[in-house]
Design a protein around this ligand. Structure first.
Ligand code: ZN
Length: 403
């Protein structure tokens, strides 16, 4: 089924002195990694175990690394070569003998001064209540490095954090990336399904597959309602995207360094905003499904991508990425809550009548309206689509769980 592995990223808030120590540490371990990499390349020794035998003592002394840090450096190099060699084997580096491939293989891997470094529990400890970490640096153990985390993240870290965390320096900011292994929650047998239709005007519309001829969907457009036919409007998100796009165009025209920096910051802000909205929508949908004992039916992601591709090409990347993210949020929140989730075939969900099944293009007189040319059933187009998705979810579940 769905493996629930969550990556929790917290932002560090180091003082200037602490930041300097972190920076020095990353620089040293990455210098050390580049040095080990050169050796591995020259001597054709790539496996972690063999490499450790060759260079452990040297790298420890030469760079003043603690035992754990030295081992992590060596393992990082071994992992990097394992990945590179896997790419070569799988033909991801073009044909054998090609210039690009030869060039890549002829040189040792080089590590950037800010490249991520793993820290295990001996090199990094978390004080969750105080929201600080204590971390090994080349200048000694450093205590009391503050971080920010949401209550949700703190709960996850306390209960399920496992193994190593990566220290990362990105765009002038420090992060710790921790992995959480969530225990499997048994999936409850659903009592009916709620279908989720993803779109642009409405990011997500939910409805159940009530097989009545009368429309009960009360679309509010705010997403605060419960029950049937709830639309989570994309108005705010689309407005923000539009504003950002305009700003981006003006900044791109400038092409100065500060304009580039501003652009980067804008893009991050927009992505954060979209992710917040997706989290909120996913949480509402899963909470409501759990409360009513229903399962969730979602259009297959590949299908979403294909459908969106037919629309304005410029919008494709952002929206398909956003759909993908919402689908991912829904999947793991459902898994955590023990809510059944079924992916369904998205073909004709928008053209088929959810009351009688009649499929026709002109069942859709416009973007918002569904009006069946056969039985006369009328409904908001997204609600009708969500009904079809819910019905397919029920069928899909029944087929895959037939005794
Ligand atoms: Zn009909």
């Amino acid at each position: 089924m769905f493996e629930v592995k969550l990556v929790v990223q917290v932002k560090l808030l180091p003082t200037p002195e602490q930041a300097a120590a972190l920076e020095a540490t990353l620089r040293v371990v990455n210098d050390a990694a580049t040095w080990v990499s050169q050796l591995a390349h020259d001597r054709r020794v790539f496996r972690n175990y063999d490499l450790r035998r060759h260079v452990y003592g040297q790298v420890k002394d030469r760079y003043g690394l603690a035992a754990q840090a030295a081992q992590h450096v060596i393992k990082k190099v071994a992992d990097a070569y394992a990945t590179l060699h896997a790419h070569v084997r799988n033909g991801n580096l073009s044909r054998p003998g090609s210039v690009r491939r030869e060039r890549v293989l002829a040189r040792p891997i080089v590590f950037r001064p800010g490249a991520a470094q793993p820290f295990d529990d001996r090199c990094l400890s978390w004080q969750l209540n105080a929201r600080t970490v204590s971390i090994w640096t080349t200048g000694g153990r450093m205590k009391g490095v503050a971080f920010t985390a949401s209550p949700d993240q703190l709960t996850l870290l306390a209960a399920h954090r496992k193994g190593e965390s990566d220290l990362v320096y990105r765009d002038g900011r420090w992060f710790l990336i921790a992995t959480c292994d969530l225990p499997d929650v048994p999936v409850r047998a659903p009592d009916g399904f709620v279908g989720v239709d993803l779109g642009i005007a409405n990011i997500a519309t939910t409805a159940t597959a009530t097989a009545t001829g009368t429309a009960t969907g009360t679309a509010t457009g705010t997403g605060t309602g419960t029950g049937d036919g709830v639309r989570h409007s994309g108005k705010t998100l689309n407005a923000v995207r539009h504003r950002h796009r305009e700003l981006r165009r003006r900044l791109q025209a400038k092409a100065t360094k500060s304009a580039k920096r501003l652009l980067k910051r804008r893009r991050r802000k927009e992505a954060r905003f979209a992710a917040d909205i997706n989290h909120t929508i996913a949480r509402r949908i899963v909470t409501e499904a759990a409360r009513t004992g229903r399962g969730i039916a979602l259009e297959d992601l590949q299908g979403i991508r294909d459908r969106v591709r037919l629309r304005k090409p410029q919008r494709v990347t952002l929206h398909s990425w956003s759909f993908h993210q919402l689908g991912h949020f829904l999947a793991y929140k459902a898994a955590r809550a023990g809510v059944a989730l079924v992916w369904v075939d998205p073909a004709y969900t928008s053209q088929a009548c959810s009351a009688c099944g009649h499929v026709a293009k002109n069942n859709r007189p416009d973007q918002e309206t569904f009006a069946c040319t056969s039985c006369g059933f009328a409904e908001h187009a997204d609600v009708n689509a969500a009904r079809n998705i819910a019905a397919r979810g029920e069928t899909g579940w029944a087929v895959s769980h037939a005794a």
